[in-house]
Design a protein around this ligand. Structure first.
Ligand code: FEO
Length: 407
């Protein structure tokens, strides 16, 4: 495995092949916790790893240098998937000084006993000389924690971007041109949708800041290093942060006795007639992770639920709760669903869509017990209308009103 980013700059992280859950995010392709070692007149470790992998990280460092030679440990992010192993690392590196922002030091102090650690606080614009190279620090608050930070090495045109541009993707290769690009872009999109999406406005500001840097390589804290497809991932981040949708209609539903299912299929059928991408998602056979990812770049979303206890079905409620937290923006939407003797399913969906400031196309389509032929025709017509809206939005006639994550 090629782990050298540059001469004397190496990946020393760990691959977590079997992890399948990251606080509810399905990591179907596993994960990596990336750490990097820069050997110069001074030696710096960039980031640590999740606690169970700390000894493996130390072993990787030992293969390159003696642990006593490490002078600095830069912590770009205090979340436990990176800094969980920090206590073990600081204990094993007797001559190392922790380098981090003030906010990061405070966060680390709440996770570990940091009282014995030598610490050097840095802020945006600060530099740390290593010898032939220097580290420059750029705080990136809320991308995606308050203490998040980038570390840049101008002499190498190399950006350590922490979670940004990352992917939960275990592989035996370390670079973007050694793995299928469609796979790595898919995992980058999934990561953005499920972790970064609520902070789009700050991502946009960070991208603008990063555009001022001369970058030939982006080394995130998860997944492969970007060296051949930087333009693609930066463009994708710009599209996601500005919520530039694709001409895509999503029909998402949960159903009790398939009445709402019939309505969903009719809406989907209508959308398919209009030549846009139209996807049909049964919540019970999908996942929150997948649904959030599909919503990210959809222009239009039809969301249906049968009524249960004057509200939505439980899993439909879970999806709505998840989406409300992620705050996807710039959607044209439609609620639908069946009911028996009291309403509440489609109405709850409608309220939640309006709460997310989605443009709701019309009042909810409802069916009492079973959808009649007339209701199914209404659904097909709504599907066609959503498809036309999707083309209109994606053609640029109506983009950029709001950023994902706007309150
Ligand atoms: Fe990969 Fe926010 O931790």
């Amino acid at each position: 495995m090629d782990t050298a980013l540059r001469k004397n700059i190496d990946w020393v992280g760990c691959v977590d092949w079997t992890v399948r859950d990251f606080h509810g995010y399905n990591t179907d392709r596993g994960a990596t916790y990336n750490a990097y070692l820069i050997r110069d007149e001074k030696t710096a470790l960039i980031d640590a790893v999740k606690a169970p992998f700390a000894d493996k990280l130390l072993q990787n460092i030992t293969e390159l240098t003696d642990l006593t030679n490490v002078d600095y440990v830069v912590c770009n992010h205090a979340e436990p998937d990176h800094a969980g192993g920090m206590a073990r690392v600081m204990e094993a590196l007797p001559n190392a000084t922790l380098v981090c922002s003030k906010k990061c030091a405070a966060a680390l102090g709440m996770h570990h006993d940091t009282s014995g650690w030598k610490t050097h606080l840095v802020a945006t614009g600060d530099k740390l000389a290593l010898g032939q190279r220097a580290l420059e620090f750029i705080e990136t608050p809320m991308v995606h924690w308050p203490e998040s930070m980038f570390t840049y090495v101008p002499e190498e045109k190399l950006l350590f971007s922490m979670d940004a541009f990352g992917q939960h993707y275990a592989s035996s290769q370390r670079f973007d041109d050694e793995v299928p690009l469609c796979t790595v872009m898919e995992e980058a999109k999934t990561y953005y949708a499920n972790i970064i999406m609520p902070f789009a406005k700050l991502v946009a500001a960070t991208l603008a800041r990063a555009a001022e840097l001369d970058i030939e390589m982006i080394a995130p804290s998860h997944g492969v290093v970007w060296r051949s497809h930087i333009a693609e991932i930066v463009e994708a981040y710009g599209n996601w942060a500005h919520c530039r949708p694709k001409p895509k209609v999503l029909v998402i539903y949960d159903t009790m006795w398939d009445s709402t299912g019939q309505m969903a299929r009719a809406i989907h059928e209508g959308a398919c007639m209009s030549g846009v991408t139209a996807e049909l998602i049964n919540i019970r056979t999908s996942t929150l992770t997948r649904i959030a990812t599909d919503v990210l770049d959809a222009a239009c979303v039809a969301f249906g639920s049968s009524t249960l206890n004057q509200s939505v079905l439980p899993m439909a409620g879970a999806v709505l709760t998840y989406l409300k937290g992620l705050k996807p923006a710039n959607k044209t939407a439609l609620a639908f669903g069946s009911y028996g003797w009291s309403k509440g399913g489609a109405e709850t969906v409608d309220e939640d869509m309006k709460g997310m400031k989605w443009e709701v196309l019309r009042e909810p389509i409802r069916a009492q017990f079973r959808p009649t032929a007339a209701v199914l025709d209404e659904c097909r017509a709504a599907g066609r209308l959503l498809a036309e809206k999707a083309k209109e939005v994606a053609s640029g006639r109506k983009t950029g009103e709001r950023l994902c994550g706007d309150p």
